[in-house]
Ligand binder design. Structure first.
Ligand code: IPD
Ligand code: CA
Ligand code: CA
Length: 266
């Protein structure tokens, strides 16, 4: 198979521009955010008209600029392309926060080339922070290089996590937490996985783990964390996958993997 030749800088530029434009739409629509809410996988899994409008803005622009590319978006966009490039989109990560006026929400856009994530952009409109990375090119926040915390002691590490919408899964995640919470400095549940990963990347968290995430939740953020120096994997140390996402400062990652794996067997 002939490898796809792609201008990754141009792809990252488009991802960044669209993440910003969609994030501005989220901010502009925020006063009306309580209107037009429905639910998806469970009573607590909400979707707003704004999630859908944000995805339409992003996907519409990709279709105009790059009609041969594939797309996978949380709100239903799913198209195989012919170019070898695929866009993985969470048009509003942190919908619950958004609805409550809690400022942790973001737009996440990753670009895969031949099945590998090559570029990612996560825009956090409330703080006007655009996190970006391209594979092998480091990670940036608003154009400035960022790095993981470098913290090396799990017992004093600040760890982010999140919980699924499914009640049974949440019960399990709560049990894990009972084991994990006393073994770390503290736990944060920010409510937007893409931002959790970017906050590992810039040292606001020492590590993050979550079970049950979908590709659009972590594709861009995981690249950004890795490019900022994080050790990224599944809980068992294998390649990160939907359902098993862990990212941490390098010295924290092995003991955090052990702790999460141990918690999962209890
Ligand atoms: C959710 C957020 C949350 C995480 C959930 C995700 P959504 O995404 O990232 O932090 O704990 O697992 O589903 O539904 O707000 O896009
Ligand atoms: Ca999400
Ligand atoms: Ca979402």
């Amino acid at each position: 198979m002939v490898a796809v030749v792609a201008d990754v800088d141009a792809l990252l530029g488009l991802a960044s521009e669209l993440a910003r434009r969609a994030g501005e739409l989220l901010l502009a629509e925020a006063p009306d955010r309580a209107d037009d809410v429905s639910t998806k996988s469970s009573r607590t899994d909400m979707v707003t008209a704004v999630d859908v409008a944000s995805e339409a803005l992003i996907v519409g622009a990709i279709e105009r600029e790059r009609p041969d590319d594939g797309v996978l978006g949380e709100e239903g966009s799913n198209r195989d392309g012919t170019s070898g490039v695929r866009w993985i989109i969470d048009p509003l990560d942190g919908t619950t926060n958004y609805l409550y006026g809690f400022p942790m929400f973001a737009v996440s856009i990753a670009v895969e080339v031949d099945g590998d994530v090559e570029a990612g952009a996560v825009f956090h409109p409330s703080l006007d922070e655009l996190f970006t990375a391209r594979r092998g090119g480091g990670a940036q926040c608003n154009g400035h290089p960022i790095q993981v915390s470098g913290h090396d002691d799990l017992a004093t590490a600040l760890i982010g996590t999140g919980f699924a919408y499914d009640a049974d899964m949440r019960r399990t995640q709560g049990r894990w937490l009972e084991r994990i919470l006393p073994s770390v400095r503290d736990i944060r549940r920010g409510g937007a996985a893409a931002l959790d990963l970017c906050w590992v990347a810039c040292g606001r968290l020492d590590g993050f783990y979550e079970a049950g995430l979908a590709p659009w939740d972590f594709a861009a953020g995981a690249l950004i964390a890795r490019e900022a120096g994080a050790d990224t994997s599944a809980f068992d140390g294998g390649p990160m996958r939907a359902g098993s996402v862990l990212a941490a400062s390098p010295a924290i990652a092995p003991p955090l993997r052990r702790l999460v794996s141990e918690a999962a067997t209890l």
